[in-house]
Structures are given as C-alpha cells and as structure tokens.
Write a protein that binds this ligand. Sequence first.
Ligand code: SAM
Length: 331
Amino acid sequence: MQKLIDPFNRNITYLRVSVTDHCNYHCHYCRDEDHVINTTRNEIMSYEEIATVCRLFSELGVTKVRLTGGEPLLRKDILNLATKLGQIPMIDDIPISTNAHLLAPIANQLKAVGINRVNISIDSLDKKRFKQITRGGDLDKVIQGIDAAIAAGMTPIKLNMVVMRGINDDEIEAMVDFVIARNIDIRFIETMPIGTAGIDAVGHHYSESDILKRMHTHLPNRLLATHSKQTAGPAKNYSIKNSRSSVGIISAVSNNFCSNCNRVRLTAKGRLILCLGQENSISLRDAIRANMSDNEIKSMIISAINNKPERHEFNTNINNINNVQMVEIGG
Ligand code: SAM
C-alpha cells in the first residue's frame, strides 16, 4: 500500500472532513459577528464526492476520517455519509466533532452506523455565559447531547473547552468535576489566532502551564501523564487517579507539536488544506468535477502532501492569520 509521507517524514493517516460551513452557533473565537455564510448548495461537496475523496485517501494509507464543520449535524442525512464512509474497507475510525446541540435525538443512530466516538465543544457550564460565548447557544441542549452520547455507549467522549483568560478560565475546575462525574474526558484548548474571528487570542491567551498548575492544585497527586498510542495527537494527556476520566491540553500556541502532525483537512467546498495555520490548498472538488481519474487525483494529493508546510506559526507569529475562518476549516 502506498503511503502519504511528507518531506518531513510525517505519515499522513488522518483526514478531517468539514461537511458544511454552516453552524447553528456563532462562537466568538471561531468566526466574526458579521460572518455570513452564503455558500450555495452546488459549491459544497456532495456525499458521493466526499466518499470518493475519502476512498482515494484510504488507498493512500489514511485510516481515520473525522466529520466536522461548521456543525456536521446540520447537514441533512449525515447518517448516509457516515454509512458510506463505514463501507470503505481501510477506514477504521470515524469520529465526529459537534457542538451537540442536535445530538440527543440522533446519538443512537450515529453509534449504530459506526460513529463510536465524539468530541463535543463546550466552553462554559454557566447558561448565560454559554449563550454569550456561542452567541445564542443552549447549554441544556448540549448537556442533553452529552448524556445521550453516554447513553448510546459512545466512547471515548471528549469535551473540548477553549480556555480564554477573563472569559471562562474560572471554570477549569468545574469542567473537570463535570467530566469526572460522567466518566468522560476533557481537553483544554488554547485559543488559536485563526481567521479574523472577533477574539483577541493574545489578550485572552491562557497557557498550558497555567492550566496545568490549576489542575495540579485541584487534583493533588492525581494527574498522571500518559503517552499511549491511543492518545496520539496534538493533546498532552493525563489520566486522573481514582477516576475513569482523562485530561488533555492542546497548546498550539505555547507549543509546536507539528513534528508529529499526521493530518490534513478537507473543507466543505472541497479544498484540501495542508496545515491549520497556513493557507496553501488545492481543490479536490474541482478535480472530481473535471472527471479526473482516480490515479490523477491521487497524484494531485501526493504532490500536495509534498508541499505540506513544516509547521504552523501561531507561537512565533501570533498574527499569522488565515483568510479562512475556523468555522470553514473545521478545527
Ligand atoms: N461545530 C463543531 C464543534 O463545535 O465542535 C465542529 C467545528 S468547530 C470549528 C471544531 C473545534 O474548533 C471546536 O472544538 C472549537 O472549539 C474549535 N475552535 C474554533 N475556533 C478556535 C480557535 N480560534 N482556537 C481554538 N479552537 C477553536
């Protein structure tokens, strides 16, 4: 089997697929207040096109495809896409990232079609604050979604909290207690300076070391660093003694973990983005619509991977801003 190895000897095995750039939430740090999505239906990749891209990637060694967005659960018949992807033999892991607003009614069905694990964004446990951060989100719905995922037997379930100084950093401990009570996991994410979203990522920066200090004080002698294959990824992970929960910290700003990067991203409009923090991309949608052969498209993918940037520059150039907003890239 051919592999996708980039010039920095990184093996690309993970594709993040944004299935829509629409979102029912409007989080401050993710997109501008006046950010309007006016994508037409024809611009968005069809499920057949997404499945084709995923199949071609799988023939090049990709085994994991994450569904993200925008909000993936907004896309009609998302179960059909999950089913199609589940039929691609080499893809053995199809997690989803969601804000969980629409998760409760569909959690069992997602599990049934092979979406075994889920990452859920939740930045506050205070209803009013949650509404402010998400510009209108409903915390009750999200907690119902989390509990439905637990009841459906999805595992692991990871909550993602973007920690912002002066906005929600006082909730780190409450969030940890929340996950311990539910036997699920939490990941704290440093705010990344992406797109032109209306958050001051520098002013609100809350560093990995500050988060860790707080965790050690809150859970004295209970945090154990873990380095298992299962936890491979950008997060530094800790298990919590006497609990089934774990904590991860994704410190894209304090640290540069690009040397282990194993992923690329497909936007809803079919652009293959090679690095979250850099702008170079190619259009796989246009290649499919131009009726290029599988081999021609695979060659395009291979040459794109040969141009994968070595690293993002969030920590050296905090103003390094993409024209695309996070809501379009999918996190
Ligand atoms: N709607 C889904 C959700 O809420 O998880 C998927 C898309 S969302 C863009 C994916 C992840 O990106 C979320 O966990 C979100 O918190 C994170 N994210 C968005 N903007 C970010 C930023 N500027 N810095 C750090 N994380 C960000």
